[in-house]
Write a protein that binds this ligand. Sequence first.
Ligand SMILES: [Zn+2]
Ligand SMILES: [Zn+2]
Length: 322
Amino acid sequence: MTSDQVDKNVGYDPGSFDVPPIFRSTPQPFQMLKWFLFKFMWYQSILWIFISFICYRYFTPELSNFVRLEIEPLFLIWLRNVSIMLLIVGGQHWYLYSKKRQGSDFKYDSRWLAKKRHSFTFNDQTKDNMFWSLTSGCGIAALYEVAMFYLHANAYIGRVDSIIPTVLTTVSLFWLSSIHFYANHRLLHVKPLYEVVHSVHHRNVNTGPWSGISMHPFEHLIYFSLPLFFIFIPASPFLVTFSLIYLLLAPSPSHSGFHRYRFGKKDIPAADYFHYLHHKYFDCNYGTILFPLDKWFDTFHDGSEQAHTKIIQKRMLRGNIN
Ligand SMILES: [Zn+2]
Ligand SMILES: [Zn+2]
């Protein structure tokens, strides 16, 4: 890629990629099923479902505690969110950035995370990212969970608990989340909202695990609104916890900056190159690769030299050559 000459910070380049097989010019349903099961679900999505189940079953107050809106269950859910973030997100940061266990292997950007930079709260990227994630991020996610549990506890919304609808809704949520994220993310790139709100997340060009949900509180309000769909779609209260735990944790490997995690001689998939390119170029890849709305709205960057050239040409046409 010519950005080798342009961008001196370039590190590992995984090469270009395509949309999922069902969305290609010749749709491939069988390949799509394989892609969905073995690339999308395994292993990260399965892990988020498993962690959400453990959180819901063992670390979330019983539904009867939410009949009235009270501070204690809200505090307990916030504490649960903070604990799981420290464990899962903090664990990745510790392995990759504190101990540098795999050095720069598979790292997209050759730089390490910023210290003594005034654009970050506390002049430090990691402290900034942890602060916004653990206070506003975990707090607003807890508020949504309490509000939804209040509606469930009082039977103000529909509920379906049997196993097959719960599994189907859990899998469908990944698609719904992809559309929800694209829509709210495009909105956040409209100028006044971008400057006041979304720029807090985009301070992170070279991202780390804690950058995932390092956002302005207003962005958290929009980003974590996904479970509100369950006001209209009858589902198990587990789906509320799952949607929020998924939104809290999934961005941590995807923003980790490392394409793969190495453990001894083995390595496993980690970051999302698609979203890394959004942080790098800013005006492409607003959604997720699962449901490629970017392809249809002509904002898709596949990591190739042609996509890079196209984005520069589009900027020149708009009169913005930065
Ligand atoms: Zn953005
Ligand atoms: Zn991001």
